[in-house]
Write a protein that binds this ligand. Structure first.
Ligand code: NAP
Length: 277
């Protein structure tokens, strides 16, 4: 009699060595005593389609997708969730038993859950959000903030045209603010998010003046190397409630893990420690 197959999952991208996802999923597999493996896979661009069609036959139940394939896999999927379509990118694939590839985007979910966990009193509907940056990650953040009922998003980006495009795609609750004016629209914000790469190790510091931030504002940074960015430090000094970017990475892994391995995993301190080790 044949043995049941051990489910496999993983992350595909290029390069992939930097990914924290293998540690994240290995921790959960160990914690819940589940049979399974999670494998980082560097896939060349011209082999992406072939790899996606082959992986289910090898025992894979799904994969995460990272840079540079988050947009490309959308064309290769058979079913795409509404939120992935809206964002225009997928980070989680489920290989269904009927052979179909189901694509989802859990970045926005991870972002919102991270804020809910890190700032339990956060009330996003009660006032405007300011989003700094309009790159790939910003699309998921904007979509998820609108989804939880933020009344207005003030969106600002060094390259204005990218912010204008987001407004075009996401509609009238978005106001585009000139990058040089960003510091002037913070004072009545309930939520402020940095989605740029500024402040990340090896990148320039964020220079937006933050003295307009008010105590009690929930401030989050998507950058998590370093964990405590200057943006978050300054916000905390002004009495804001700060939430770092690592939690978003941890929470975005939850829906995929649950679908692949059948257990809804928890994001807690032991997970953070395992991923940071
Ligand atoms: P991206 O598509 O390359 O966008 C980069 C953004 O940063 C753009 O808005 C860009 O503005 C801005 N930027 C870069 N250099 C700048 C500068 N010198 N001055 C002003 N603005 C500058 O990258 P992404 O995929 O959106 O990722 C952005 C950051 O989020 C990265 O640090 C990434 O690691 C992080 N991230 C974290 C998570 C998480 O789970 N915590 C998830 C996704 C991403 P322009 O349009 O003007 O170039």
């Amino acid at each position: 009699m044949s043995q049941p197959r051990i489910p496999l999952a993983g992350v595909i991208g290029a390069p992939i060595a930097h990914s924290k996802s293998p540690r994240l999923h290995a921790h959960w597999l160990r914690k819940y005593g589940l049979a399974g493996h999670y494998i980082p896979m560097e896939v060349p661009a011209d082999k992406l389609q072939e790899a996606l069609r082959l992986l289910p036959d090898l025992g894979f139940v799904g994969v995460n997708v990272t840079i540079p394939y988050k947009e490309k896999v959308m064309e290769m999927a058979d079913l795409v969730t509404d939120r992935a379509t809206l964002i225009g990118a997928a980070n989680t694939l489920i290989f269904r038993k009927d052979g179909k590839i189901h694509a989802d985007n859990t970045d926005g979910y991870g972002f919102i859950e991270n804020l809910r966990q890190g700032a339990p009193d956060w009330a996003p509907k009660t006032g405007p959000a300011v989003v700094l940056g309009a790159g790939g990650a910003a699309r998921a953040i904007v979509a998820s903030l609108l989804d939880v009922g933020v009344p207005e998003i003030r969106l600002t980006n060094r390259t204005r045209i990218r912010a204008d495009k987001l407004r075009e795609d996401f509609g009238h609750r978005i106001t585009v603010v000139e990058w040089v004016q960003a510091g002037n629209v913070l004072d009545d914000a309930v939520t402020v998010v940095n989605t740029t790469s500024l402040g990340m190790v090896g990148k320039p510091e964020m220079r937006v003046p933050l003295d307009g931030l008010q105590p009690g504002t929930v401030v989050s940074d998507l950058v998590y190397t370093p964990l405590d960015t200057r943006f978050l430090t300054v916000a905390r000094e002004q009495g804001c409630i700060t939430v770092d970017g690592l939690g978003m990475l941890l929470h975005q892994g939850v829906p995929g893990f649950e679908r692949w391995f059948g257990q809804r995993p928890e994001v807690d301190e032991s997970l953070r420690a395992a991923v940071l080790r």
